[in-house]
Design a binder for this molecule. Structure first.
Ligand SMILES: [Fe+2]
Ligand SMILES: [Fe+2]
Length: 300
């Protein structure tokens, strides 16, 4: 077991991450990069950007609590080492997304209030469901919940956001790309470590499947809340109108694409389905590889 985990040393992490793809970045983006004027000068768009970023901060705070909590209940030193590097990655993610909130005008002293006010209640339940397992020092359930379910969700959400932001907000897109590279390492660990643990503890399977089902429900409910409140269409209209006032015809701009879908034109319902289906595909694949059967929750 330790053999295939030896790739997760601190040395390797230093070389690939801080001295690798993060070198020269400042809070995850190139020094001096700013949020687009379009967002900063429009109160409503700024509030929308704050609300989205709060969800990322809330998810990353959960990932930090889970990965650091799992360090002390990991059964082997290689896992502890990896989870220690992951804890620092997650603390960095909390920091860079919190920094984005400050860049968007949130005052330092208001951060926690803004996160509490704007965090989606279903996302909060998602986090609590995972952290209950970590608090009980349940390593197997904790790693599946954290490194397969939470990371699988984060990874896919970030990829979609990255595709959507690349043209209009290079600063945020760069921040996301470094985060995606980290999350890719984290899901890899979950798969490598948990497969053998599930084989050693087949009695844990049904409990882990129940956890996955519950977390998946809260995740889908979070997506439903975000895509079904009509705000996405309003945001698009507002951006188009704003661009129009400075003589830019939005329909002539290059279109952001993800999985072959034009993100600027697809309906909110299609985008919700695209995101949900992409995450669930990821879950099924990874859970299947570690010997856990994906459980379908009711669709919110
Ligand atoms: Fe993260
Ligand atoms: Fe992560």
């Amino acid at each position: 077991m330790t053999d295939f985990l030896s790739g997760y040393s601190i040395q390797r992490w230093l070389e690939s991450c801080p001295q690798g793809y993060l070198q020269g970045t400042e809070y995850g983006h190139a020094p001096g990069e700013k949020e687009p004027e379009l967002v900063l000068e429009d109160e409503w768009l700024r509030e929308r950007a704050i609300s989205l970023t709060v969800q990322l901060v809330a998810g990353e705070r959960c990932a930090l609590a889970a990965s650091s909590g799992l360090v002390n209940c990991a059964p082997d030193h290689a896992s502890k080492t990896f989870l220690a590097t992951q804890s620092l990655d997650e603390a960095r993610h909390v920091e860079i997304f919190s920094q984005r909130l400050f860049d968007l005008g949130v005052k330092k002293g208001e951060l926690d209030d803004v996160v509490r006010r704007e965090a989606n209640p279903n996302l909060v339940r998602f986090a609590e469901t995972l952290l209950e397992k970590v608090d009980k020092r349940d390593f197997v359930a904790g790693v599946v919940g954290q490194n397969i379910v939470l990371e699988g969700m984060a990874f896919t959400v970030f990829e979609m956001l990255h595709a959507g932001m690349q043209l209009g907000n290079p600063k945020f897109a760069r921040t996301l790309s470094g985060t995606i590279a980290d999350e890719r390492r984290h899901v890899g660990f979950g798969e490598n470590r948990i497969g053998s643990l599930i084989r050693e503890h087949p009695e844990k399977k049904s409990e882990v499947e129940k956890l996955q089902k519950e977390m998946t429900y809260y995740m889908l409910a979070t997506f439903a809340d975000r895509f079904r409140d009509g705000s996405l269409a309003a945001e698009r209209d507002r951006v188009r109108a704003k661009l129009g006032t400075v003589g830019i015809d939005a329909s002539q701009l290059p279109t952001p694409e993800w999985h072959g879908v034009n993100l600027a034109d697809a309906s909110p319902q299609d985008l919700e389905n695209l995101l949900a289906d992409s995450v669930l595909k990821e879950f099924k694949l990874r859970l299947g590889r570690v010997g856990i059967e994906y459980q379908t929750p009711v669709r919110p």
